[in-house]
Design a protein around this ligand. Sequence first.
Ligand code: TYC
Length: 103
Amino acid sequence: MSRHNAPDTELLTRSQQKVTEPPLYRVLLLNDDFTPMEFVVELIMRVFRKNEEEATRIMLNVHTQGQGLCGVYPREIAETKMTQVNQHARNSGHPLKCRIEPN
Ligand code: TYC
């Protein structure tokens, strides 16, 4: 142990210094009656780096189920994507909303 009570990691094997995984958050898109489907598909492609087929599948899932999963990320990345979605929708005059929740 060092003088700060931390383990001397340089003396531990790789398995003993196992890296801790950051908490992950789901980024969910919410349905509404007004945002055009094409706008949603293009937004999913841009923000979540999905191809058109996958973005369309996610959009239709949101449309029929009320909400849908766009991706799972560490907190800061999830928050950034949520903010990008909400700002782009608002700037475009659409009520589309995005939220995050712990995975
Ligand atoms: N329900 C919308 C429509 O019929 C489409 C839509 C899909 C809106 C997904 C939001 O997150 C959404 N035009």
